[in-house]
Design a binder for this molecule. Structure first.
Ligand code: IDC
Length: 480
């Protein structure tokens, strides 16, 4: 099935020299701000489709360090409206748009940058704003700070892809930008690799489990390659607060990036099982997150968790409408498509992988999801995965060591058979869940997330201890 024609446009505008402080603004500023040398430059890029667009706005502070900022600009065309923004508190009044910094991106050292963005709509033309202000100062792009810049340059927001950070080689430093090669996932050297890691539980319920200490433990004690961010759409998830959940996902992607892990953004559809129910939400969400992370090399997009009760052709049609939204911003990212019957390749509804082979998603650089719960899904599912893996790129974006309810005892014999198979086939996986919910699939003992220690085995359940042992064995990623 064809997706509707789409217009992609990219504008790069650096705010031009339009003068310095206006007297009125200067009078309103506190004395310290008025004495410091302000200065900023802004780049504004958009991708648009019929009636809608995503804008990415990078603010660079070229004046003295600032602590808290307000960005202002005016839409040149009266039909341009802000719909949903992220990484700032956004508002629009008439044609004037204002974005206020959040706690984590308010401090900007001299020469530091931060990127914010929004989705908008337009009725007439969609011209870029020509002038931006930061804390009332027009952004002209160059000002000499009154205080000398720090002797150490602030670290870049995204580390260069092939330069390992000091003190060790992270999975992302070694493997860089991934791409699908035949039925495998290949690293920057074009060699097949397997990524092993953990999935969050629903971030609407277990957000407290994802903090600096727990993510440090995942990266360095578990030595995980991958962090899957499960953003439920229903069940008090995204649909209740699109901007808030977009921000939370973005912040978790940044946390994974800082630690050299791949971040998998899971649009966690479950009930209802028809992904079309969430098509518009998916387009809005993926436009925002792909714009925000376009320059990163460690983000993988999982566009629908577990379609169920719908045909493969419906899932395919959904995928062919959502993938172009991501590609418009982030052309080289790997995208994973859920499969029929709770991502069972169709098996749990009496079908099999051949329906995909015979009618694949019309897009490149994609993989198909397979999920299993080891105490419920055994030999016939393993045999199907082995057959499918010869013909389709697969990623086990979610599995449990327990039964399909997510609870009950860990079946370590079946789990071992599964993981041995995935290791042999070099199929990547994320285990459900890195959380402390009182259910068998959770890796952390109940109450762990109220504390500050996440390392070692004393905080782990049976499933967690088993998974940590499997995940922390050396990856031996090929480097040439
Ligand atoms: C389960 C959670 C459970 C939660 C339930 C409903 O473990 O705590 O109450 O979802 O939100 C899946 C789904 C995943 C399920 C998991 C176990 O992707 O959301 O999590 N499962 O039932 N598919 C098969 C199993």
């Amino acid at each position: 099935m064809k997706h509707p024609p789409r217009r992609t446009r990219r504008l790069l505008v650096t705010a031009g020299a339009v003068g310095a402080l206006t007297l009125g603004t200067l009078a309103a500023l506190p004395t310290t701000a008025a004495m410091a040398a302000p200065g900023c430059s802004v780049s504004y890029t958009t991708n648009s489709w019929s009636g809608g667009f995503t804008a990415s706005v990078t603010i660079t502070n070229v004046g003295d360090p600032i602590n808290g900022w307000t960005l202002g600009f005016r839409f040149p065309d009266g039909g341009q409206r802000l719909a949903q923004g992220w990484s700032a508190t956004w508002s629009q009044s008439g044609s004037e748009v204002t974005a206020r910094s959040l706690g984590w991106n308010g401090s900007l050292a001299t020469r530091a940058s931060t990127t914010v963005g929004f989705n908008g709509t337009f009725t007439g033309a969609n011209p870029a704003p020509t002038s931006f202000t930061l804390n009332g100062t027009v952004c002209t792009g160059s000002t000499t700070p009154t205080t000398p810049p720090p002797t150490t340059t602030p670290p870049p927001t995204t580390p260069p892809p092939t330069t390992p950070p000091p003190g060790g080689q992270t999975p992302v430093a070694i493997n860089g930008q991934l791409r699908v090669c035949g039925v495998n996932l290949c690293n920057q050297y074009g060699r097949p690799i397997q990524l092993r890691g953990m999935s969050t539980h629903g971030i609407q319920w277990f957000g407290n489990c994802y903090n600096d200490a727990s993510l440090d433990a995942l990266a360095t004690d578990w030595r995980a390659d991958l962090f899957r961010i499960a953003m439920y759409v229903q069940e008090d998830g995204y649909e209740t607060d699109p901007a808030g959940f977009t921000n939370r996902v973005n912040a978790l992607v940044e946390e994974a990036t800082e630690r050299g892990m791949y971040a998998m953004i899971d649009f966690h559809t479950l009930t209802p099982g028809d992904p079309m129910h969430n098509l518009e939400r998916a387009k809005t969400f993926f436009a925002a997150v792909s714009a925000r992370h376009a320059s990163k090399n460690n983000v993988i997009y999982e566009i629908t968790n577990e379609p169920n009760g719908v045909s493969w052709s419906t899932i395919k049609s959904y995928a062919e409408q959502v993938i172009p939204v991501i590609r418009a911003n982030d052309p080289d990212a790997v995208v994973i498509v859920g499969t029929r019957a709770w991502s069972s390749l169709g098996v749990s509804e009496g079908a099999n992988h051949t329906e995909i082979v015979n009618n694949p998603v019309n897009a490149s650089n994609i993989m198909y999801a397979f999920h299993f719960y080891a105490a419920s899904h055994r030999d016939n599912y393993r045999a199907e995965v082995e057959r499918a893996a010869a013909r389709l790129p697969l990623f086990v974006t979610e599995f449990g060591t327990v039964d399909y309810t997510g609870d009950g005892a860990a079946d370590l014999a079946s789990s071992t058979q599964w993981l041995d198979l995935l290791d042999r086939l070099k199929i990547g996986y994320a285990n459900w869940t890195f959380s402390d919910k009182a259910e068998g699939s959770a890796a952390l003992r109940p109450g762990t997330c109220n504390g500050s220690n996440y390392t070692g085995t004393s905080v782990l359940t049976t499933s967690g201890a088993f998974m940590r042992e499997r995940i922390r064995t050396p990856d031996n990623f090929p480097t040439s």
